[in-house]
Design a protein around this ligand. Structure first.
Ligand SMILES: [Ca+2]
Ligand SMILES: [Ca+2]
Ligand SMILES: [Ca+2]
Ligand SMILES: [Ca+2]
Length: 308
């Protein structure tokens, strides 16, 4: 396998800039070319000042809605015990905010705005001090975390995942793990609170600038009744057909904006995104905002762009 600037499948025509598999040929501006040499990914340790942990969990989420992803971390610390920490991200520097969270090990963490008030809350499960299994939902009130006493089964060796499984506008919680006297379990807890989250508005000011097949898409921030503007993330969709996802999938319904994945938007907090080496074609694109309850707003009116 190797990287191509674009691919022509023997059967299906041009697909996208992607990995070349057997049966595909690399093309660029209509001509075949050899695949680029595959280069290994480059990851550099930024030397973040984080506590070392074992049997652990990590989760990114912008808990203070300032447009920078913060990091929750939980696990065991040798000769210390168990911890759960939130590190605030200030321009790439991560600082322990001293959040009053119960420490857990063999654990799971998941950010989600369960109460739809516009900020990310934190679900946590695992084994706390004294080997007590627990599952807690902490409400985020302006950066202060409060145990909601949600009454969920305590588990360890576990996993948590937020998602609005009944499509009623609030995040429900899936949980799997090992619970005392019940053994291994997997459960979905429906959220039956009175939640009135509304979807974000559409971004505006769509613009695309092309140079030699490299296209930078940009837009202006959307707004939301609950989530601060800086806390919104964005989903970019680029296709070769109207409403299509052929180049970059929006992971959402092209008409309604309904999202197919409970997560941040695919370009996170960015207000611009560049796709490199797009072959000659006409492209259809749009962008939607995603709030902290992972609700997708309306798509901006679709734009078109022709790469010559
Ligand atoms: Ca942040
Ligand atoms: Ca919240
Ligand atoms: Ca729900
Ligand atoms: Ca909202």
């Amino acid at each position: 396998m190797a990287r191509c600037r674009s691919i022509r499948c023997v059967a299906a025509g041009v697909l996208a800039a992607a990995t070349c598999y057997a049966g595909c040929r690399c093309t660029y501006q209509g001509k075949e070319e050899p695949p680029a040499v595959e280069e290994p990914p480059v990851f550099t340790d930024i030397g973040a000042a984080l506590t070392g942990v074992y049997y652990c969990s990590l989760a990114w989420g912008d808990y203070d809605s300032d447009g920078h992803l913060d990091l929750a971390l939980a696990g065991g610390v040798l000769d210390v015990g168990v911890v759960t920490k939130v590190y605030r991200n200030d321009g790439g520097v991560l600082t322990d905010v001293g959040a009053a969270l119960t420490g857990v090990v063999v654990c799971s963490l998941a950010w989600g705005d369960y109460d739809g008030d516009g900020d990310l809350d934190l679900a946590l499960s695992g084994q706390g001090a004294g080997w007590i299994r627990m599952t807690k939902v902490y409400r985020n009130d302006g950066g202060t975390f409060t145990d909601t006493g949600a009454g969920l089964l305590g588990v360890d060796y576990c996993s948590l995942a937020w998602g609005d499984c009944d499509n009623d506008g609030d995040l429900d919680l899936a949980l799997a793990g090992y619970g005392k006297s019940v053994g291994f379990v997997s459960k979905v807890y429906r959220n039956d609170g009175e939640i009135f989250n509304t979807a974000p508005g559409a971004p505006g000011g769509l613009n695309a600038v092309e140079a030699s097949g490299d296209v930078t898409f940009s837009w202006t921030a959307a707004s939301d009744n609950e989530t601060p503007t800086l806390g919104l993330t964005y989903n970019l969709r680029v296709g070769t057909t109207s409403g299509g996802d052929e180049i970059m999938s929006g992971m959402a319904d092209a008409v309604t904006g309904y999202r197919r994945i409970p997560a941040m938007g695919n370009v996170q907090h960015n207000l611009s995104w560049t796709l490199y080496g797009l072959p000659s074609d006409t492209y259809y694109w749009s962008v939607q905002a995603v709030d902290t309850a992972f609700a997708g707003g309306a798509w901006a009116p679709e734009e078109t762009l022709t790469v010559p």
